[in-house]
Design a protein. Structure first.
Length: 251
């Protein structure tokens, strides 16, 4: 599969994840406009990730931007973000003019699962019944957030496959995986600070990818932070280029 098609799969899976965020807590919702999907999470009005927007074409975003601004203002959302492929400079410029600022640019990555060569781990202490609540709590602790934003915003993620590694019988690292049209979208990867340096993230990722292949997925995609990038490269993911997060913050 060429990089363009794999990037397209990444965008489609990201859109599904945004829909999941919009159904992750009682007060949240996913709003569908023409070619645009937006998660609205009043429980975390200051956390733009929980209030994410994805779009299909620049024209879709341009047409929907006034409605999005009104939507988030009415919901009292203080920060929301639009995921923009780095090659879409026109949308980036339009968002900048509308008051958005470039907040982050994680690297889109993907791979065909038939190329997975890393064996599944055999010595990993895995939680036999991991929950979404555990994924959320580990992300709050791993990113040392001042408030429990993931726990507040994510109470359920239907269809999410949770993988949790334990150290001394306690949750220490996690990976979330959701499937869409044969693509396994990896999200919510986190390792507690005191458990880093043990290879937990790489081992847990290998476990999640083998499980995804067993479910029938043919590809996997994700958005990599600087810390996660080398781990994913070692697993066989390839760099598909940045995807930018253009944030609008009102406070």
């Amino acid at each position: 599969m060429d990089d363009t098609r794999l990037y397209g799969r990444m965008q489609a899976s990201l859109r599904v994840f945004v829909r999941l965020l919009g159904a992750a807590s009682p007060r949240s919702r996913a709003v569908e406009l023409e070619g645009v999907t937006a998660a609205v999470t009043p429980a975390t009005p200051h956390r733009s990730l929980m209030n994410s927007v994805v779009y299909e074409t620049p024209d879709d975003l341009e047409r929907s931007l006034p409605d999005l601004e009104r939507l988030y203002e009415e919901a009292a959302i203080e920060a929301w973000t639009v995921w923009v492929p780095a090659h879409d400079t026109a949308s980036a410029q339009r968002l900048s003019q509308a008051g958005h600022a470039l907040d982050a640019a994680p690297i889109a990555m993907g791979m065909e699962l038939d190329r997975l060569s890393v064996p599944p781990p055999h010595d990993l202490d895995v939680d036999p019944a991991p929950s979404v609540e555990t994924l959320a709590a580990l992300n709050d602790r791993a990113y040392e957030l001042a408030q429990p934003d993931f726990t507040t915003a994510i109470e359920s993620l239907p269809g999410m496959h949770a993988h949790v590694a334990q150290v001394d019988g306690k949750p220490a690292a996690c990976v979330g995986a959701s499937d869409h049209d044969g693509d396994c979208c990896i999200t919510l990867v986190a390792t507690l600070p005191e458990a880093r340096g043990r290879g937990l993230a790489g081992a847990l990722m290998a476990l999640a990818l083998h499980a995804a292949r067993d479910r029938g997925c043919t590809t996997t995609t994700l958005q990599a932070t600087k810390a996660g990038y080398p781990i994913y490269k070692r697993l066989g993911y390839r760099d598909l280029g940045p995807i930018q997060m253009w944030e609008r913050r009102t406070s």
